[in-house]
Design a protein around this ligand. Sequence first.
Ligand code: OSB
Ligand code: MG
Length: 382
Amino acid sequence: MRLEHVELVRVAMPLVRPFRTSFGVQHTRDVLLVHVLTDVGEGWGECAAHAEPFYNEEFTESAMIVLQRWLVPAVGALEDLGGEAVGPATLVVKGYRAAKAGLEMAVLDAQLRATGMALAQHLGGTRDAIDVGVSVGITPTVDDLVEQVAGYVADGYRRVKLKIMPGWDVAPLRAVRAAFPDLALQVDANAGYTADALDLLVSLDEFRLLMIEQPFAPEELALHAELARRSTTPLCLDESILSTTHALMALDMGACAIVNIKVGRVGGVLEAVRLHDACAARGVPVWCGGMLETGVGRAANVALASLPGFTFPADISASDRYWQRDITEPFVLRGSTIAVPRGPGLGVAVDEGALAALGAVRTSIPLAFRAAPEPPDARSRP
Ligand code: OSB
Ligand code: MG
C-alpha cells in the first residue's frame, strides 16, 4: 500500500453545551481530520489536538504544519505502507503525538477497509459493547451541575466524572454526592493544583471517588506519589503519560494506580494497545479517555476500549452529548454502553454533506516530494 494523496479537513463543530475545565472553556471544537487516498482506497483519521495549547503543547494549527511539512512526507515516501509503519517512520519528529495518531488512524482505516477487517478485531478487542461514562465540565453554579448530572444519569450514564479546579471542588462534590449517594463518581483536575492543595485533595476521600485524575502538573510525579501515599482514593494519570515508558515510570514511582489511555496523547492506537498490554501484564487497570472527538476519533476510541484490560467505564459518551449533528452516523447509548462498530476499518462513514454544511476547510498536501517514475530506458526505445 502507498499514499496517493492526503488532505487535512478542518471543521469548527459547535458543542451542544460549553465545556469548561481548569484550563479554559470551549464552545466550539476545532476539529482536524486526516483524509488519505491510497492505492487500495481511502481512510479517515482524527487529530485530537485542541485549538489552544492548554491541555498540552499541541494545538490544531501546529499539528497541521507538522503534518504538512514532516509527517505526511515521511509516510508518503514509504512504498510498503501499513498502519504499523507510521510510528517508526515519524519517530524523528519529537512530540506531536495527536498529529501522528491522526495520520496513523487514517492509514489503518484505509488498510483495514481494503482487507475488510474491523479496527477492534485488528487491535485484539474482545467485547462487542463498551461501558461508558460522561465527563461533566465546570458549570456556573452548583445547582446547574446537579441538574446536568441528573440529566446524564437519566440518559443512562452510570459513571460520572466531574471536572474540578481550585475553588470548584469540595462544594460541588458535596452537592453531587448528596443528590446521588450511589453514583460511580470520579474527578479530573487537568493539572490544576499545586503542592499546597495536598491536604484538600486528601480530604476528598470522604466522597468515595473511583479515582482522582491528574491533580498536578504532568512532570510532578513525586508529588502525585506523595498524594497517593496519603489518600485512600486511587490516583489516575492523564497528561503525565505520553507513552508506555512514561506509564511504567509513573507506576514504579507509585505516582498512580490507574492509567487513562488516550489515543491522541500517546501517539496512536498502536501505542495505546502497547500501553494497555504493559499495564495488563502488571495487573494495572486502565480506561479509555476522550478529547471531545467526532464520530471518526470516537470510532477508534470505542475499538480500543473493546480490549480486555479496559476495566473502568470510558470517557466515550454518545454523539448527542457533544454534537447536534455529528459528521458520521451517531454513536448512541444503549443502557450505559456503546456498541463497537463491526464494519471494516473504523466502521463509520464520513458524511460529506455534514462537513460541507459546517463549512469545512480542506487543505491538500501535495506528494510532489516523491521521485517521478523512472523514464523508460532510452536504449530500449526502437
Ligand atoms: O482531561 O480527560 C480530559 C476533554 C478535552 C481535553 C481533556 C479531557 C477532556 C474530557 C472529555 O474530560 C472527555 C470526552 O468526553 O471526550
Ligand atoms: Mg483528563
